[in-house]
Design a protein around this ligand. Structure first.
Ligand SMILES: [Zn+2]
Length: 161
């Protein structure tokens, strides 16, 4: 992905208040290997919040997510709905994202099972089969970005039922 600056990240959030954005911890951007990322995802170690930013049509789109309190049952396999990597259930979390605008302020959220550390980009580069084949990684990366983009598009959508 194209690199992001701290200012771009703070300006990108579509479902967070000014206060929430102010309290948001930023990851160490100088440590990020941007060309091995489809999206930038990180957790706030002090809260159950997580953050995710990706590029869409030339501009960054960020959403805040909240992890569910309980983890899935240990001992079973679970799959992240973004990267589709099968993994132990304890490494996948239910996250909910408030919808953008008034709908979200009224408590409407969208949920998804996602890698607990929001580290899908790392997983798709180490997961079998053909883990290190560049074409395989490119295909997994494109599919990952498409699923993340669909999710954030749904968060941004103001259509409510
Ligand atoms: Zn994942």
């Amino acid at each position: 992905m194209q690199p992001l600056t701290a200012d771009q990240i703070r300006a990108s959030f579509v479902n967070a208040s000014g206060d929430e954005i102010e309290r948001m911890p930023l990851p160490g951007l100088h440590e990020v290997i941007w060309d091995q990322r489809e999206y930038l995802g990180w957790r706030d170690p002090q809260t159950r919040l997580g953050y995710l930013v990706h590029w869409a049509d030339g501009r960054p789109v960020g959403i805040v997510l909240r992890a569910a309190a309980g983890s899935l049952r240990p001992g079973i396999q679970a799959m992240c709905s973004f990267c589709h990597s099968p993994q132990p259930a304890t490494q996948v979390r239910m996250f909910s994202a408030p919808r953008a605008g008034e709908s979200g302020r009224n408590g409407n959220t969208i949920g998804a099972y996602v890698c607990e550390d929001l580290g899908c980009s790392h997983l798709i580069r180490i997961a079998p089969p053909h883990a290190s084949a560049p074409e395989a990684i490119a295909a997994r990366g494109a599919a990952l970005l498409a699923r993340v983009s669909n999710f954030t598009a749904e968060v941004r959508s103001t259509i409510s039922d």
